[in-house]
Design a protein around this ligand. Structure first.
Ligand code: UFG
Length: 351
C-alpha cells in the first residue's frame, strides 16, 4: 500500500514543489494549509503537473489542536512534513508574539498528534539561519548554532530542539495509553530559489519581496524599479555577501529522500539533521550577473548600504546529505535562474 504523507503548508512555495515530487515518487499526499500566505495558484499548478485532481486538500489552521488531531484520525499518516509557519525575518522582529505563537503552537500540535498516532514520522522544515554568522565555513551539521538574530530564526532553533526532545522522550512508548514513538528529521535549507520547470508553480511573495531572487525577477518584469544590492564592502572577492542558493526542485527531492529514509526504517538515529544546499558559495553580484546573462536582459540595480542582520557568508557542507540521503543538488545556477524568470513571466501572462 502507498505510504501517505501529510504536508502542512502544502499550498505554499516549497510545500507545493514537495507535493509534486512526493506524488512522482509514488506517495499519497494530504495537503493542509490555512491559506494565510498563499492563494490556490500553486495548488492548482500541482494538480496540473501531477495530473491528479483528487489530492486531498484540508483548509485548516495547525494552531487548532482539534483540527490537527482530526486530520491524523481521518487519514492514516505515515509521515508529516511541517512547513506551516510564518517566514518574514523583519516582520518577526516587529511582531515576535505573532511568530512565537504561530510557529511554535502549530508545531506543538503536529507533534501531539504524531505521538498519539502509531508510526508517525516528522520532518521539520528548518533553516541555515540556525547557524548565524558561523566561524568556520562551509558549515556542517555539527557546526555550533549561534544565538538567533530574529524571532523567526529563534522559532527554527526552538522547533529543532522541541523535535529532538519529543523524539527522545517518546522512544520508550509502545502504544499503551495511546502514546507512540516519534522519529524526526530536520532539514536545514540554505537559500531556496527558482521554480518548477513547467512554470506552473513558484514563489508568490506578498507585497515587497524580502528575498533576493523574487526581487530580481520583479525588477526585471517592471514591477519594481530598481534592485538594491545590500552592501558591496564585505570582506569577499567582489564585496557582496555569499550564499548557497538551492534550486527548489532539488530541495523538494531532498524531502522525498528524507521521508523514504524515515518510512523505510533506514534512519541511523531517531533524530537526524541534514544540510540541504549545493555546497557552492555564490555572491549576490554573481547571482545578479548570472541572471542577466542566462535570460539575456539588463537588470536595473544599484549598490546600497548593508542590510542589518545579514551574515557575510554562509554555505553548506552537504556531504552528510549526499551520503546518507543519497541526494545531491543537480540543477545548475543557470537552470534555476531561468526557471525563476519563466515563472515571473507566467505570472505576468496570467495576471
Ligand atoms: N539581498 C539584496 N537585495 C535584496 C534582497 C536581498 O542585496 O533586495 C541580498 C541580501 O543582503 C543577502 C542575499 O541577497 O546578502 C540573500 O538575501 P535573502 O533575503 O534572499 O536571503 P537571506 O540569506 O537573508 O535569507 C535566508 C533565508 C531566510 C532566513 C534568513 C536568515 O532565505 O529564510 O536566511 O538570515 F530567514
Amino acid at each position: 500500500m502507498k505510504k501517505r504523507v501529510l504536508v502542512s503548508g502544502g499550498a505554499g512555495y516549497i510545500g507545493s514543489h514537495v507535493t509534486v515530487e512526493l506524488i512522482a515518487a509514488g506517495y499519497e499526499v494530504v495537503v493542509a494549509d490555512n491559506m494565510s500566505n498563499c492563494d490556490m495558484t500553486c495548488f492548482e499548478g500541482v494538480k496540473k503537473i501531477t495530473g491528479r485532481d483528487d489530492i486531498p486538500f484540508e483548509k485548516i489552521d495547525c494552531c487548532d489542536p482539534a483540527a490537527v488531531d482530526k486530520l491524523f484520525s481521518d487519514y492514516a499518516i505515515d509521515a508529516v512534513i511541517h512547513f506551516a509557519a510564518f517566514k518574514a525575518v523583519g516582520e518577526s522582529v516587529a511582531e515576535p508574539l505573532k511568530y512565537y505563537r504561530n510557529n511554535l503552537l502549530s508545531f506543538l500540535n503536529i507533534l501531539e498528534a504524531a505521538k498519539s498516532h502509531s508510526g508517525c514520522n516528522v520532518l521539520f522544515s528548518s533553516s541555515a539561519t540556525v547557524y548565524g554568522e558561523a566561524e568556520t565555513l562551509p558549515v556542517t551539521e555539527s557546526t555550533p548554532r549561534m544565538p538567533a538574530t530574529s524571532p523567526y530564526g529563534n522559532t527554527k532553533q526552538m522547533s529543532e530542539d522541541i523535535l529532538r526532545d519529543v523524539v527522545f522522550a517518546t522512544a520508550k512508548y509502545d502504544g499503551k495509553d495511546g502514546q507512540w514513538p516519534v522519529k524526526g528529521i530536520a532539514l536545514r535549507y540554505f537559500n531556496p530559489m527558482g521554480a518548477h520547470p513547467s512554470a506552473l508553480i513558484g514563489e508568490l511573495p506578498r507585497g515587497v519581496p524580502n528575498n533576493l531572487v523574487p526581487f530580481i525577477t520583479q525588477t526585471a518584469i517592471g514591477k519594481r524599479e530598481c534592485l538594491s544590492i545590500f552592501g558591496n564592502d564585505y570582506p569577499t572577492a567582489d564585496g557582496t555577501c555569499l550564499r548557497d542558493y538551492i534550486d527548489v526542485v532539488d530541495l523538494a527531492k531532498a524531502h522525498v529522500a528524507a521521508v523514504s529514509r524515515m518510512v523505510e526504517g533506514k534512519m541511523k538515529e531517531d533524530y537526524e539533521i541534514f544540510n540541504i544546499g549545493t555546497g557552492r558559495p555564490v555572491s549576490v553580484y554573481e547571482l545578479v550577473t548570472a541572471f542577466e546573462k542566462v535570460n539575456g536582459l539588463k537588470l536595473n540595480y544599484k549598490f546600497a548600504p548593508r542590510r542589518p542582520g545579514d551574515v557575510v557568508a554562509i554555505w553548506a557542507d552537504t556531504s552528510l546529505a549526499n551520503k546518507e540521503l543519497g541526494w545531491k543538488a543537480e540543477r545548475t545556477l543557470e537552470q534555476t535562474l531561468a526557471s525563476a524568470w519563466a515563472w515571473e513571466k507566467h505570472l505576468a501572462e496570467n495576471a
